[in-house]
Design a protein. Structure first.
Length: 455
């Protein structure tokens, strides 16, 4: 497939006369905060990662977290398990107000190990998200059948109001990590509340009335425990649904209690900003289809370039502060593309989607601010950032059928430039950044991404 395609690209690259566009970066016009890029090892994947051979484990960790040779991911999203085999509260107390019996196995299905590894690579943003409350706290009595949290408006249960117990349970989970010496920085209490699967899940209504009745209680429980953990909502299936939830949450004043608005992209991608002053994260992304190392062939959703474009669109057009993929490392699961690293023989194998993330995550570090840029050619998305160390990073994503030459004026005394290219033949490879006087010039191939770093 690849060899067939090369001549086509070659003609495209050489045949078109590359036009040069000057794009200026306004270092005085700061846009959204970037909190990072990430992924999850939820649903037993952390345990499998921990069980992998040490060689494979090291390779996969490096691909995911290394800022020298890997993607440099800076956020992980853990699963707060509600299934009785894994949860910290497997048995119902006598009543919703009687003391709970928590259990902690110092392992949390491999997530204690995984979180420690992530931290050892410099990750500081640990998002713990519950898909559901334990079954006995729900109207359905089962953590994996559709139900609401008992005690929220319209959901009275014979067993009582479980909202405080659920808040205490979530806080206890954070405290167990604190005991392990790790800080859970973000806490979510549900996942895809508008979806009805037969695994861990909990519902809310379109007007989010259940979330609105619970969020202040969770906030108080977090404060009372003197934790700095920030609360998220609602990890909806898609952006349009989360947009509606966000409107009702903001109208109810929930931005006083929430730290981040979170959404997935399965039913709609982030293409416009949500109406909130809170940072917004695309907190889970994936697709159904096969794992592939193909960067660009026909624009299919499995390909790296498709994801390069999704990330660029989300950051530039939807004001995202973070973009998280679904799983990181899985073993021999290439029939599915919902993870970024698999294995081939005895070696870890990155997908082309990992390369798409690397072009952003390795260079744009947590705490960076996006900067305004002047207009890009159509089919090109340009995003610029200033890192905390004052380095400037510009990511240029070219969805057009011909190469683009981009000139960027250098401001101040920034003079040292480096650039990296990913396309069908280059994988985060060093590429030329020509400096002429106070201009730096890069060439971005068709369906390619160039990341420029200016110091
Ligand atoms: C990891 O290995 C342990 C010990 O063999 C086993 O009990 C556990 O189920 C394994 N975990 C996963 C997720 O495969
Ligand atoms: C909970 O629901 C799942 C299906 O979603 C079912 O397989 C399981 O048996 C139920 N558990 C109990 C205790 O009823
Ligand atoms: C929210 O929606 C639910 C379900 O549609 C409805 O029963 C309830 O009355 C609504 N609550 C408010 C405050 O609008
Ligand atoms: C969002 O709310 C609007 C107005 O109530 C409604 O028309 C639309 O269908 C909702 N969108 C989704 C995805 O639920
Ligand atoms: C973008 O997000 C930031 C938070 O990171 C927020 O303060 C700002 O208001 C948002 N801008 C727009 C246009 O939504
Ligand atoms: C598109 O490319 C993918 C590989 O990236 C391949 O699996 C798929 O069959 C192609 N689809 C079409 C319609 O050519
Ligand atoms: C992956 O599958 C292959 C073929 O079935 C097998 O030989 C190999 O041991 C598996 N790799 C791992 C790490 O389990």
């Amino acid at each position: 497939m690849k060899t067939l395609l090369l001549p086509v690209l070659f003609v495209g690259g050489l045949g078109a006369v590359a036009s040069a566009t000057t794009i200026s970066v306004d270092t005085n016009k700061r846009l959204q905060l970037i909190e990072g890029f990430g992924f999850s090892q939820a649903f037993t994947r952390a345990g499998q990662f921990q069980n992998a051979s040490s060689n494979l484990q090291k390779q996969a960790l490096d691909f995911l977290f290394s800022t020298e040779t890997g993607a440099g991911f800076s956020i992980i999203r853990n699963w707060i398990p509600s299934a009785s085999a894994y949860t910290i509260e497997p048995n119902a107390p006598i009543s919703s107000t009687s003391p709970p019996e928590y259990v902690w196995d110092n392992d949390d299905d491999g997530q204690v190990w995984f979180t420690k590894e992530a931290i050892s690579y410099g990750v500081r943003t640990i998002y713990a998200d519950a898909w559901s409350a334990p079954g006995f706290m729900k109207t359905s009595g089962n953590e994996s059948t559709p139900g609401y949290l008992c005690g929220t408006p319209g959901h009275d249960c014979s067993t009582g109001d479980w909202r405080q117990a659920y808040a205490d349970y979530l806080v206890q989970y954070v405290k167990f990590y604190e005991q392990e010496g790790m800080e859970i920085t973000h806490l979510g209490f549900l996942n895809e509340p508008n979806f009805l699967p037969d695994y861990s899940q909990m519902q809310i209504s379109p007007n989010a009335t259940e979330a609105i009745s619970f969020i202040p209680m969770l906030y108080k429980a977090v404060k009372d425990a003197q934790l700095k953990t920030r609360i998220t909502c609602c990890d909806a299936v898609g952006w349009d649904v989360q947009s509606n939830y966000t409107d009702v949450l903001m109208a109810a004043g929930m931005d006083r209690y929430l730290g981040v608005i979170t959404s997935h992209m399965y039913s709609s991608d982030p293409t416009y900003p949500l109406a909130t002053r809170l940072p917004t994260w695309l907190s889970e992304a994936g697709f159904s289809g096969r794992f592939t190392t193909v960067w660009y062939e026909n624009g299919s959703v499995a390909e790296g370039f498709t994801w390069a474009n999704k990330i660029a669109t989300g950051i530039v057009h939807a004001n995202l502060s973070a973009y998280l993929y679904w799983e990181g490392f899985e073993i021999n699961q290439t029939q599915s593309g919902s993870h970024l690293v698999d294995v081939s023989g005895n070696e870890a194998l990155p997908s082309s989607i990992l390369n798409a993330f690397t072009m952003w995550a390795r260079f744009i570090r947590p705490g960076a601010l996006r900067l305004a840029t002047s207009e890009s050619p159509s089919e090109v998305i340009t995003a610029a950032f200033e890192n905390l160390d004052h380095s400037i990073v510009v990511v240029v994503t070219n969805g057009g059928s011909s190469a683009q030459t981009i000139k960027i004026p250098l401001s101040g005394n920034r003079k040292s430039t480096s650039a990296w290219l990913t396309d069908n033949t280059n994988q985060v490879a060093s590429t030329l950044a020509k400096v002429h006087g106070n201009m730096v010039e890069i060439t971005v191939p068709s369906h390619g991404v160039v990341t420029l770093q200016i110091r």
